[in-house]
Design a protein around this ligand. Structure first.
Ligand code: HAM
Length: 421
């Protein structure tokens, strides 16, 4: 196949063999989210770029390096959604959800697009199960979000993970902290990586979780946001931690966890897989974003949520051999031994499916022998044969492929015969 027709780098097809995993992830996400009163929302795959490329978001990798933007034929500047939070907040405002009882609890299972460097667990199209609880700043909502996410992992059987937790303050305490942080880095700039020299001006918080080698020696000595929280943020964080203790949710305080997106305030968190063979990439992350709705033109409205990367969760489920059952084999394979029987076969297959059976139809263009081989390789319980003789006397030959026994039954009795065992 010519290279030019292949799927673009970093995106992939999801083939039938992986669908049982996806179904289980989706069904578990829906069940868990709904049990906490979250309602599903679907936002468009593309939005106006401005929803994501906000003034405040400049300096983040998401906006500077990763977002896919394009002009449509009418000249509108659009973006494939790189994440769900800003899109859900846009929908919250657009549909007047501020007038509903707060918080409005929403969840989504969606694909997202980022021009990331593809590698295991990092793709250019990926899926998240995410929630957003908008309109209530209480620490109990933070605890609820974390409880919901750990319930999702636990229900999937993924019990080995670490929750890293931090608070990164708000518009009251962060500006003074950033002054301190810049002062600390001011005489070290020429020894930092290029990214951090740029971040120093536009997004200094991000210097704290830089992964590049030159920046590592300076991180331990940097001032910590946790030591610089205002009273309200410190109190909020203490309450969140207390509630997590009440819920028996273990966490590791991670003072350098600042997150890559611009909108976070106060609580931030990431879940990392633990145990052997893991690559320590986040399987879910999120936090509070009490200023985002305002950035999008609404009145000050707090919010909190997370996004959990479904491909990464699936990699971990496979690593732990926690795969779901594969799809059950079909009840019957319907072999058509005579072209004249095609119509009768299609009608019979339809009747059997209506009665609750899974039926794979063969076609008369292939020999009976090859159709029987196919029935066996599919693992069908029964092979049903419709040929000239069966057509003439209104019967169907039913072969039990588990023991090779065979009988001919009236066409009206087939459903009862194959569904009774
Ligand atoms: P995020 O940390 O950018 O946050 O992404 C959340 C999760 O999505 C990550 O922890 C990871 O599991 C998965 N993920 C991110 N990028 C990729 C990728 N290139 N390939 C595969 N998986 C990936 C957000 O997106 C926020 N909207 C989360 C949030 C919701 N915060 C508040 N509410």
């Amino acid at each position: 196949m010519p290279e030019s027709y292949r799927a673009p780098r970093g995106v992939s097809d999801i083939l039938p063999a992986d669908q049982p995993f996806w179904r289980r992830l989706r069904e578990t996400a829906v069940r868990v989210a709904e049990s906490y009163g979250y309602g599903e929302i679907q936002t468009p795959v593309f939005e106006r770029s401005a929803v994501f490329v906000r003034q405040e978001a400049h300096g983040t990798d998401l906006v500077d390096k990763e977002i896919y933007t394009f002009l449509d034929r009418g000249g509108d500047e659009l973006a494939l959604r790189p994440e769900g939070t800003a899109a859900v907040c846009r929908a919250y405002l657009e549909h007047g959800m501020g007038s509903l009882t707060q918080p409005v609890r929403l969840f989504y299972i969606s694909n997202f697009f980022r021009y990331d460097r593809p590698q295991a667990g990092r793709y250019r199209m990926f899926h998240q199960f995410g929630i957003e609880a908008i309109g209530d700043g209480a620490p109990s909502i933070d605890a609820e979000a974390l409880d919901l996410l750990r319930t999702f992992y636990d229900t999937l059987g993924l019990r080995e993970y670490r929750l890293m937790l931090n608070s990164i303050g708000d518009s009251v305490c962060r500006p003074a902290y950033l002054v301190k942080l810049r002062a600390y880095y001011a005489d070290k700039l020429d020894r930092l990586c290029g990214d951090c020299r740029r971040r120093y001006d536009v997004n200094p918080l991000r210097m704290l979780d830089c992964k590049n080698e030159p920046c590592q020696p300076f991180k331990p000595g940097a001032p910590r946001i946790g030591d610089n929280l205002c009273d309200a943020c410190a109190e909020h964080f203490a309450s969140v931690k207390g509630l997590l203790d009440d819920l028996g949710i273990a966490y590791q305080l991670e003072p350098l966890l600042v997150r890559g997106l611009d909108y976070y305030t106060r609580t931030t968190f990431e879940f990392e897989p633990a145990g052997e063979g893991t690559q320590q990439t986040a399987i879910g992350a999120g936090g509070r974003y009490d200023g985002l709705i305002e950035q999008l033109g609404g009145k000050p409205t707090p919010g909190i949520g997370f996004g959990a990367g479904l491909e990464r969760i699936m990699l971990n489920l496979k690593r732990l051999e926690l795969g779901p059952e594969t799809a059950p084999p079909p009840d019957a394979f319907l072999a058509v031994a005579d072209e004249a029987a095609e119509g009768r076969a299609l009608v019979l297959a339809r009747e059997l499916r209506n009665a609750g059976a899974t039926v794979i139809s063969g076609t008369s263009g292939r020999s009976l022998k090859s159709q029987m081989r196919q029935a066996n390789s599919l693992g069908a319980r029964y092979a049903l044969v419709l040929g000239e003789r069966e057509l003439a006397d209104g019967s169907v030959t039913v072969r039990d492929l588990t023991d090779g026994s065979q009988e001919t039954v009236p066409v009206g009795d087939v459903a009862g015969r194959i569904l009774s065992s």
